[in-house]
Ligand binder design. Structure first.
Ligand code: MN3
Length: 250
């Protein structure tokens, strides 16, 4: 391995042990810390496609059954498969997903696109889950943080929809806890499958822990909405599972 990668992997050895594993609660994935002496030969963690936890038609009419099925069975499954393939023999093989995302450099295209794709979609399925009784009860801590940053939940949703609408081409809009101040929330968008956990890729002011993400790739809405991204985002923002968002706060 080259010196730059070696330093990054070395720095992660402890992180994998102590970091709060956001994604390990979302996804059945490996948690083994990177071992620099074994990382070239240890087996792939074998990231797996998480279950939705609800039926493909459960979000209709906001998101249609066919879109949900293709999005989960084809698109997300493809990211998982290509992520595992990209990790075969890679120095980051064995890392859990969050430290892996933090260590990716801008030129490591396969890990960047597929590691991001796996994380982003696993988060997405959680936060857009259809509401069941009790799911959408107000969480005082989340509400307080939203009010502090945006004035109200409606203002935050407007800002998030604005980020989704302004993203040129494919990408995501996020509600994020600041990396250097987790009690402070902000909204942003990132292109393609990037996300705010990619400290080696996204700008410092965009770094943090996403607790809500909106997929604005055309594959997320085109069957039902064609070019009407604004209508899709508005419908989706009515289907947020606020209990899940609260649970993702650090
Ligand atoms: Mn997608």
């Amino acid at each position: 391995m080259n010196k730059r990668k070696f330093l990054k992997v070395s720095g992660l050895a402890g992180v994998g042990v102590v970091a709060t594993p956001l994604v390990s609660t979302l996804i059945g994935c490996g948690n083994a810390p990177v071992k620099e002496s074994e990382s070239d030969t240890s087996p792939s963690p074998g990231f797996t496609l998480p279950e939705l936890g609800y039926a493909y038609e459960a979000l209709e009419p906001a998101v249609d059954r066919a879109t949900m099925r293709i999005h989960h069975e084809k698109h997300h499954a493809g990211y998982v498969r290509k992520l595992n393939a990209a990790l075969d023999g890679h120095t980051l093989n064995g890392a859990s997903l969050e430290p892996l995302l933090a260590a990716i450099g801008p030129d490591d295209t396969a890990l960047r696109n597929n590691g991001g794709g796996h994380f982003n979609h696993a988060l997405f399925w959680k936060v857009i889950a259809p509401a069941t009784p009790g799911d959408n009860e107000t969480d005082p801590l989340l509400d307080a943080r939203i009010d502090k940053a945006f004035g109200s939940r409606a203002n935050m949703l407007d800002a998030l929809a604005g980020q989704a609408g302004q993203r040129f081409g494919s990408g995501w809009a996020w509600l994020v806890q600041r990396a250097d101040d987790p009690e402070t929330l902000f909204v942003c968008s990132t292109p393609n499958q990037d996300n705010p956990l990619m400290t080696g890729i996204v700008a410092p002011e965009l770094q943090g822990r996403p607790i809500l993400g909106i997929d604005v790739w055309e594959h997320a809405y085109y069957l039902n909405y064609q070019n009407r991204r604004t209508d899709y985002v508005a419908a989706l923002l009515d289907r947020i599972n606020w209990s899940a968002v609260s649970a993702l706060m650090a």
